[in-house]
Ligand binder design. Structure first.
Ligand code: KIV
Length: 278
């Protein structure tokens, strides 16, 4: 078993090597991602859309997130596991945020949590970091606030908005975040943010200038095509492979090809005789 990736290791990677992060929602995917050497596995609230079939990320709560985080933690012996705090699990009060963040570590066995927002969530982040809970920040297009943005839209497109992003990133780094996800912002702004903060930035739709990258595993593998943002690169098209395999199974069952003798159990001759079956 290889050594677990740690928070100090991620912090130390800035400027030295690129950091890799991927979402995962279940045990088999965590095992595979771990074998591929990915640094961090995020049990994202994108679970709502790519696994549970909801329209947005607002429909999952602590129960679902903890259930899936536990499964991923069981499969990830090397990668650092991050539990994504769902909508309204951290916004209402610092106390509630701290209790819920703690549950990701104690019940979900995650190594860190992620939450969306800039300066407005700094009190929550400070309380978590003081309690010994590593936190990944997330700014730019924060899907839990999509209604406020008028949809899933690129952020930081004006000089004023870019300035707010840089200030937010600095506030998150000062509050103790060990890394910050930058989602759907212009590459030049992501580069400015990356230079401005001492902690690694992890981009998704934020260009090549970030310290690392994160993608949704279903997008990488070609398993979800209901909503494919421009920043997604598909490294496989497993949907076609799966449809082909399932179609072949159906055909072989219908034509009595499966199961063949190699997939069946036989009664020994003596017992068969007793039943008049030889
Ligand atoms: O929920 C998620 O998958 C995320 C990533 C897109 C960063 O937050």
């Amino acid at each position: 078993m290889s050594k677990k990736v740690t928070v100090p290791e991620i912090l130390g990677a800035k400027g030295k090597r690129k950091i890799t992060e991927l979402t995962a929602y279940d045990y088999p995917t965590a095992l595979l991602a771990d074998k591929s050497g990915i640094d961090m596995l995020l049990v994202g609230d994108s679970l709502a859309m790519v696994v549970l079939g909801h329209e947005d990320t607002l429909s999952v709560g602590m129960t679902e997130m903890l259930h899936h985080t536990r499964a991923v933690s069981r499969g990830a012996s090397r990668a650092l596991v991050i539990g994504d705090m769902p909508f309204m699990s951290y916004q209402a009060s610092v106390e509630q945020a701290l209790i819920n963040a703690g549950r990701f570590l104690s019940e979900g066995r995650a190594n860190a949590v992620k939450l969306e927002g800039g300066a407005r969530v700094v009190p929550q982040i400070r309380a978590m970091v003081e309690a010994g809970i590593p936190v990944q920040g997330h700014i730019g297009l924060t899907p839990q606030s999509a209604a406020q943005f008028g949809g899933f839209k690129v952020q930081g497109k004006t000089a004023e908005a870019a300035k707010v992003l840089i200030d937010d990133a600095q506030a998150l780094a000062d509050a103790g975040c060990f890394s910050i996800v930058l989602e759907a912002i212009p590459s030049s702004i992501a580069e400015m943010v990356t230079e401005a903060v001492s902690v690694p930035t992890i981009g998704i739709g934020a260009g090549p200038g970030c310290d690392g990258q994160v993608l949704v595993v279903h997008d990488v593998l070609g398993l979800f095509d209901r909503f494919v943002p421009r920043f997604v690169k598909r490294y496989a098209k497993l949907d076609d492979l799966i449809i082909e395999a399932l179609g072949k199974y159906k055909e072989e069952v219908e034509q009595s090809i499966f199961p063949g003798p190699e997939h069946s159990f036989v009664l020994n001759e003596q017992e068969a005789k007793k039943l008049g079956k030889s």
